[in-house]
Design a protein around this ligand. Structure first.
Ligand SMILES: NC(=O)c1ccc[n+]([C@@H]2O[C@H](COP(=O)([O-])OP(=O)(O)OC[C@H]3O[C@@H](n4cnc5c(N)ncnc54)[C@H](OP(=O)(O)O)[C@@H]3O)[C@@H](O)[C@H]2O)c1
Length: 239
């Protein structure tokens, strides 16, 4: 049980990749805190996580709420940040700038604020794992925001690895993963996305949250990587 005696905080832990991280870390003995904005979703997640897991409803777009969360949590070992709202996929000509700026609120500013208030509480040997995405490297048309926020998170990861050392700071860049992130699409469009992705990828299947969660656990568990972006994309960068 490699996380026995360790406390792990998963921001965005009520769903998708974050929930898979919490489940996997829980199986390896971690004490868990999961947080997201919706109390009902947090409660649902708690039913699927080990007894004793703490759940918090926190708007990670709110700096004061993030500060209060970490003041309450106190010392812990590893932070995973996967919180995000829905994707904004628009051609530039159709992009409203006020809405576009908001796209950075959770994925970038929320992550930065979380690290600001979490890092003083991280015990020796601890780490932070942020979330980027393959779109930063291989964007399609319409992905200007999705791609650029990945670039911002990856730059932030390297800068914080330098500044916060010896706390290790890394990021995971998933390719397409089956998760509620895509729930805004029609069922037909979503099925088509997953099928076409699976056909194109070298591994011949679309990612599952459990496969991506392994990368977060790896970056927490090992002791020599920092400032790294670990791509988990089924070979998507190569096709
Ligand atoms: N799924 C993919 O294919 C994929 C691919 C590449 C990168 N990624 C990235 O991976 C990350 C996680 O994606 P996912 O697939 O796990 O998405 P997801 O299933 O939609 O999970 C997003 C999480 O963020 C939480 N959240 C949303 N608004 C929040 C707020 N204001 N405050 C706090 N928490 C909030 C959600 O819970 P509540 O609704 O309860 O707040 C949920 O727990 C995202 O950054 C995404 O862009 C995903």
């Amino acid at each position: 049980m490699s996380f026995e005696g360790k406390k792990i905080v998963v921001l965005g832990g009520s769903s998708g990749i974050g929930l898979a991280i919490a489940k996997a870390a829980g199986r390896e003995g971690a004490k868990l805190v999961v947080a997201s904005s919706n109390q009902a979703r947090v409660n649902e997640a708690l039913k699927r996580l080990p007894p004793g897991t703490e759940g918090q409803a926190v708007d990670l777009g709110n700096e004061a709420a993030i500060a209060a969360l970490f003041a309450q949590i106190g010392p812990f070992d590893h932070l995973a940040y996967t919180a995000a709202d829905k994707l904004q996929l628009n051609r530039l000509a159709d992009t409203d700038l006020a809405t576009a700026r908001k796209f950075y609120e959770l994925r970038y500013w929320g992550a930065l604020a979380a690290v600001k208030y979490a890092s003083p509480n991280i015990r020796p040997g601890g780490s932070i794992v942020l979330t980027s995405g393959l779109a930063g490297l291989r964007p399609h048309a319409g992905w200007a925001l999705g791609a650029s926020v990945c670039g911002a998170v990856e730059g932030l990861t390297r800068a914080l690895a330098v500044e916060l050392a010896p706390i290790r700071v890394n990021a995971v860049a998933p390719g397409v993963v089956v998760s509620p992130l895509w729930d805004d699409m029609t069922a037909v469009d979503r099925t088509t996305l997953y099928r076409q992705t699976a056909e194109r990828l070298l591994v011949r299947h679309v990612g599952e949250t459990e496969e991506v969660a392994e990368a977060y656990l790896y970056l927490m568990r090992q002791t020599y990587s920092t400032g790294t972006v670990l791509r988990v994309d089924g070979g998507g960068a190569l096709v």
